[in-house]
Ligand binder design. Structure first.
Ligand code: PSU
Ligand code: MN
Length: 328
């Protein structure tokens, strides 16, 4: 009786979503979890469509979901299939997305959503787009590898990721390992400050922001948190303050998977030159750099990338659990 009543509420919630967000389809498991205030972790899909090669993209996406479940939270991978924005891709849908010819897949950030939906296209959602959708359905925690940032020379080219602006205007907590050092980390942190984003590091020696493949960017952040319970405490204050902006939690890559700083720096130099030679610009820059760094480091950067995403998913799940436990 109780169960069917709560299923009924789940269906009610579903009708509400479909009225307010007619292009968003929420998986029944996620709908139920939202209704029951269970811990949920949103996951992005640009990592699958543009961030990693086949087959590591699918393997990683599935492992990351597993990691969330092992830490007693529910994963909700968000992506777009034939113009439908899916929250909680099924395994079949995830495989369908991952195996589409890449030229048919669009990297969708905020500005891309209207035409991708209108033209019934498919694609991966960036951090910005994933935050938007997560917030629309009521998911507060989101895990990924790295966010976009201010590109090197970004102060001249104006290449500043829409992820940073989104963090300034959408109340979702993003757990990541910072931004890749293909970007300008100090300027990225400056920009986040301008946008009013609460930035914290997690279990970081010296309270420094991580550097994606390595643990220390050398940039101090205002606050370091030592446990999932401490993050949940911060997030509770953030919710009570109702600032409407996001939170960024920077988790350093586990020591045993960290790359050599010089190895990465050299690969970035090569990839940068290649990007300039090929005239790569706009949204193509990040995927181009990622694949070149992976090939110059003979896959070592990819292995580090996979390890840190899994770790971030585990941390995010623990945070989601701590937050849910406090709100019952
Ligand atoms: N950083 C990574 N891997 C990625 C991305 C960033 O290490 O796959 C993706 C994320 O989806 C991020 C997006 O939101 O790239 C940022 O792209 P842009 O810089 O074009 O905003
Ligand atoms: Mn850009």
């Amino acid at each position: 009786m109780l169960l069917s009543a709560s299923r009924g509420f789940g269906a009610l919630l579903c009708r509400r979503y479909s009225k307010q967000h007619p292009h968003v389809v929420v998986h029944p498991e996620i709908r139920q979890a939202l209704f029951e205030k269970q811990p949920i972790v949103a996951l992005e899909s640009t990592i699958i469509t543009h961030g990693m090669p086949v087959p590591q993209n699918v393997e990683t996406a599935l492992k990351v979901e597993q990691e969330v479940r092992q830490h007693r939270a529910i994963p909700a991978t968000i992506g777009i299939l034939d113009g439908r924005i899916k929250v909680g891709l099924t395994q079949e849908e995830l495989l369908r997305l991952a195996h589409k010819p890449r030229e048919q897949l669009i990297k969708c950030s905020r500005r891309d959503l209207p035409y991708v939906v209108a033209a019934r296209q498919s694609g991966g959602t960036t951090v910005a787009a994933t935050m938007i959708v997560a917030h629309q359905v009521g998911i507060r925690i989101f895990a990924t590898g790295g966010i976009g940032g201010v590109h090197r020379e970004g102060h001249v080219t104006m290449d500043v990721s829409a992820d940073l602006v989104e963090l300034g205007r959408t109340p979702v907590a993003v757990v990541c390992s910072g931004v890749k050092s293909i970007l300008d980390i100090p300027r990225t942190l400056e920009y986040l400050e301008t946008q009013g984003v609460c930035v914290a590091s997690y279990q970081s020696e010296g309270g420094v922001f991580p550097d994606f493949y390595t643990r220390d960017s050398g940039c101090k952040v205002p606050c370091n948190l030592e446990s999932a319970a401490d993050v949940a405490k911060l997030l509770r204050s953030w919710q009570e303050l109702n600032l409407r902006s996001g939170v960024l939690i920077g988790v350093p890559i586990p020591e045993e998977f960290a790359a050599e700083k010089s190895d990465i720096a050299a690969a970035i130099e090569v990839a940068n030159e290649e990007a300039q030679t090929h005239g790569i610009s706009g949204k193509e820059v990040t995927p181009f750099m990622l694949s070149h760094i992976a090939s110059v480091t003979k896959g070592r950067s990819l292995q580090a990338n996979i390890a840190l995403i899994k770790n971030n998913a585990a941390v995010a799940a623990q945070i989601a659990c701590a937050l849910a436990a406090g709100s019952v």
